[in-house]
Design a binder for this molecule. Structure first.
Ligand SMILES: [Zn+2]
Length: 106
């Protein structure tokens, strides 16, 4: 009976380590999501990693804003909308094409 209890403790310990490891792995996944790593860890630790992985997968990915600018190399003005030619320079009768610049921000 004592031997059986000892085995049980060992199994529990191993399960515990796997449990924490799983929760940490989900937390790592969570860092790429809007919920964040810490919240993902807490959810998977308290509500089991199964719930945690569902929670993380339902969370939207951290929005990577792709900003596209259109810059005129002639006057230096930047536009957020696409134009065939620079509207500012077009008023002066000059046709300058806008340069497309894209940036990524978190
Ligand atoms: Zn211009």
């Amino acid at each position: 009976m004592i031997k059986y209890d000892y085995l049980n403790t060992e199994v529990l310990l191993v399960t515990g380590i796997i449990y924490v490891f799983l929760a940490l792995s989900i937390a790592k996944l969570g860092t790429y999501k809007t919920c964040g790593g810490w919240r993902a860890f807490v959810v998977s630790f308290i509500l089991t990693p199964i719930v945690g992985i569902i929670y993380v997968s339902l969370c939207p990915v951290k929005s990577i804003l792709k900003i596209i600018h259109y810059r005129c190399n002639h006057c230096g003005l930047e536009y957020t909308t696409e134009h065939k030619y620079c509207p500012s320079c077009l008023k002066e009768g000059n046709k300058y094409k806008l340069q497309r610049i894209s940036m990524k921000t978190y």
